[in-house]
Design a protein around this ligand. Structure first.
Ligand SMILES: Nc1ncnc2c1ncn2[C@@H]1O[C@H](COP(=O)(O)OP(=O)(O)OP(=O)(O)O)[C@@H](O)[C@H]1O
Ligand SMILES: [Mg+2]
Length: 697
């Protein structure tokens, strides 16, 4: 080969390298041909072509150079123009059905792109669904008579009603999956919920072929009545599911209060719908959106591919952050999120998703890997730009370019047709946003009237079910097995009522733990009531049998008529306790003690009374000293004291609870009995009595 031609070829290779076209198949073929065949004309054409591209590369700051030309990126639905070349950029319906990801910070122009898309779809008569969280799309009612805009309270949705053609049993598990995934509940709660919905379906006669379904409100109410012992694992599931359900009901009661919902009619109407979700908490809204998508997918699946082929539907999600929350994929324990599966497969049923997000780094991988068209608008931070750059296959220069995007500008990457990324500019499209609720209601009224939604019925069924739950709960309590320990404890309380609990545990040889459990049981099941009594700076804890406790003991063959007086009463127990305590101390000092001793008195009172305690001190069988003690709690009678004075006791004592009571009673008695000897009638607290027992003769 001549030196000249070698130089010529070298020059072409260098130009190709500058133009970044060494990989280009056409360029390679041309250079190859020139090397084999000295074609002057081809050499000239190639040089010209490569010089043009190399110069463009050198002089343009656009790392996407060369831009798409002619109709390379055009399509039926227009989105904008390629920057520099001005080539029209659009997508065919087929491409749209393979989903769009639209990422951009607040104000970058995402919603505007949606307006543009929706306007064209309307013109072409292709229906769309749009989930609107900011009341930004209601202006469509002025553009078209076909668009239905549903405020949250006008939309009816029953998550418990399966889409037409889906077996209810299957729907239970699908529904539970969606609910648990979108409210971050784990597997355990999922099976718990599944079981509860299954029972409801059974009750509603769903498995017998009835076309009535319970609503969320009944599920919520029924869970409020389910009784599960607090210590069990199920109680935690119950609590979690209950909270999530409550939150849904609080946020969207009107929407959820229905049996037959609007879903089927909306599908059959084949018109565009804007679902407004403002005023509903983000998480509840995300559950509702996910549920609609799930219903949509299974509805289409039941209808079959042929039906879908003729009925494309475009779904716009103006903020997909919650529905496509990346944390759903991280929760390995709960499996692949159902939204991932749906995103991947719903395209087979001609349903297209356009997912907008401000924070692409926080959305599921499925939203990135399953989208044919990726559009990156201006983004707020480097993390999001790198994230988008990675999923769009951009290099460092492209990424750098993305930092400089203006409002309405974007970098686009398609999975087919034209596979190199390119920048584009979207047109400014305006929308009426000042549509009032009133205007909306008036316009929607006639359309809404066409829907056949059924309010919640089955009230009777539901009431009887709740009653059933309560009955079961009651019998469950009745069946509560009395353990041997509890039996021993109750018997012990019966036979020695005035023993404090600490001492009783020792007597029964019960560990603290077992003792505590038995005590909790008898209190909780109302066999006893608890009472604390303070004596000499210590507080003693007692259990007093209730009527229920007493009849249990009597059924065991125990008998003691004293119990009839103290049963259930804290005051009478305290009274008896004081009597027994004083008796114990007095007996230790050698006294003989009787309770309830008659005191007759003389003509002064003329009434027969009984004093609580009489203690006699005997020497060689003869009573040397006799004292009377009256316990004065809430009710005592001065007459009893008067009779004691008249009956010639050596000493009369009145024992009360504390210092306040003592002062009050002292004033009463000393005021009522004339010329009383204060050393003879002594009013004192129980502590005072125990600390100054009567002198023995
Ligand atoms: N292509 C465009 N040319 C000129 N102005 C535009 C263009 N696109 C959007 N705008 C203007 O920028 C503003 C924000 O646009 P838009 O509401 O579409 O942003 P967004 O990305 O949806 O924001 P957000 O995330 O907060 O909803 C609007 O005032 C809109 O008119
Ligand atoms: Mg927006």
């Amino acid at each position: 080969m001549e030196i000249n031609r070698i130089n010529e070829i070298n020059e072409l290779v260098q130009l190709a390298s500058i133009a970044d076209m060494l990989d280009n198949k056409n360029v390679q073929t041309m250079i190859h041909t020139i090397a084999l065949d000295d074609d002057k004309e081809l050499t000239e054409d190639t040089r010209e072509y490569l010089t043009y591209n190399a110069l463009g590369k050198i002089t343009s700051p656009n790392p996407f150079y060369p831009p798409p030309k002619g109709n390379e990126v055009s399509g039926e639905i227009k989105l904008g123009e390629a920057i520099e070349s001005g080539a029209p950029f659009g997508l065919g319906i087929k491409e749209i059905t393979q989903h769009i990801l639209l990422a951009g910070m607040s104000g970058s122009g995402k919603t505007t792109i949606l307006y543009n898309l929706m306007n064209q779809l309307l013109k072409k008569g292709i229906p769309f669904f749009c989930f609107d969280f900011k009341k930004e799309f209601r202006g469509y009612i002025r553009k078209s008579d076909d668009v239905l805009v549903l405020r949250p309270e006008n939309f009816k949705l029953n998550p418990l009603r399966p889409p037409e053609g889906i077996n209810p049993l299957r729907w239970i598990s699908i529904f539970s999956d969606v609910f648990c995934h979108s409210t971050s509940l784990l597997e355990g709660s999922n099976s718990f919920l599944l079981d509860k919905v299954y029972n409801l379906y059974k009750l509603w006669g769903v498995f017998d072929g009835r076309d009535t379904y319970p609503s969320f409100l009944e599920l919520d109410k029924i869970l409020q009545h389910v009784y599960i012992p607090l210590s069990s694992r199920e109680a935690r599931y119950l609590e979690s599911v209950r909270n999530r359900l409550k939150s849904c009901v609080l946020n969207a009661e009107k929407m959820l209060k229905c049996d037959r919902d609007m879903f089927k009619d909306l599908m059959e109407r084949k018109k565009s719908v804007i679902f407004e979700f403002y005023g509903i908490s983000e998480h509840v809204a995300s559950f509702l959106v996910e549920l609609i998508l799930t219903k949509l997918y299974f509805y289409r699946m039941a209808k079959g591919r042929n039906h879908s082929e003729n009925n494309p539907l475009v779904v716009f999600m103006d903020e997909g952050r919650n529905v496509y929350d990346y944390r759903k994929e991280q929760n390995i324990a709960s499996g692949i999120p159902i939204i991932d599966t749906i995103t991947e497969r719903i395209r087979d049923f001609k349903v297209s998703l356009t997912i907008c997000t401000q924070i692409p780094s926080e959305i599921c991988v499925s939203a990135k890997s399953n989208t044919y068209t990726k559009i990156m608008m201006r983004l707020g931070n480097g993390k999001d730009i790198s994230d988008m750059a990675r999923c769009m296959g951009l290099d460092k220069n492209h990424e750098q370019f993305a930092y400089g995007l203006e409002v309405g500008e974007a970098v686009v990457k398609l999975a087919g047709k034209y596979t190199r990324p390119f920048p584009m500019k979207a047109p400014k499209v305006d929308m009426d946003k000042d549509v009032s609720d009133y205007e909306l209601e008036e316009k929607m009224k006639p359309i809404l009237a066409e829907f056949d939604t059924k309010p919640v019925i089955a009230k009777q069924l539901y009431e009887s079910y709740i009653d059933g739950l309560n009955d079961r709960r009651r019998t469950k309590k009745k069946e509560e097995k009395i353990s041997d320990i509890v039996r021993d404890l109750l018997t012990n309380i019966f036979t020695s009522p005035y023993v404090p609990m600490s001492e009783r545990y020792e007597n029964l040889r019960l560990s603290r733990m077992k003792g505590k459990l038995a005590k909790d049981f008898v209190i909780e099941n109302k066999y006893v009531t608890e009472i604390n009594i303070k004596v000499e700076n210590s507080v003693y804890n007692f259990l007093v049998l209730t009527k229920k406790g007493l009849s249990f003991c009597e059924e065991q063959g125990l008998k003691d008529k004293d119990w009839n007086e103290i049963v259930g009463g804290k005051l009478s127990f305290r009274h008896k306790f004081y009597q027994n305590l004083m008796k114990k101390y007095l007996v230790q000092d050698g006294w003989t003690v009787h309770f309830e001793h008659p005191v007759i008195g003389d003509k002064r009172t003329n009434v027969n009374k009984k004093v609580d305690l009489v203690a006699d001190y005997k020497i060689e069988g003869k009573v040397e000293k006799s004292i009377a003690v009256e316990v004065a709690l809430s009710n005592y009678e001065v007459y009893t004291i008067m009779n004691c004075v008249d009956d010639g006791f050596d000493e009369v004592r009145v024992v009360c609870r504390d210092e306040t009571a003592r002062k009050r009673i002292e004033k009463d008695i000393y005021g009522a009995i004339d010329e009383i000897d204060r050393d003879f009638v002594i009013v004192q607290t129980i502590n005072g009595f125990l600390n100054s027992l009567p002198q023995t003769p």
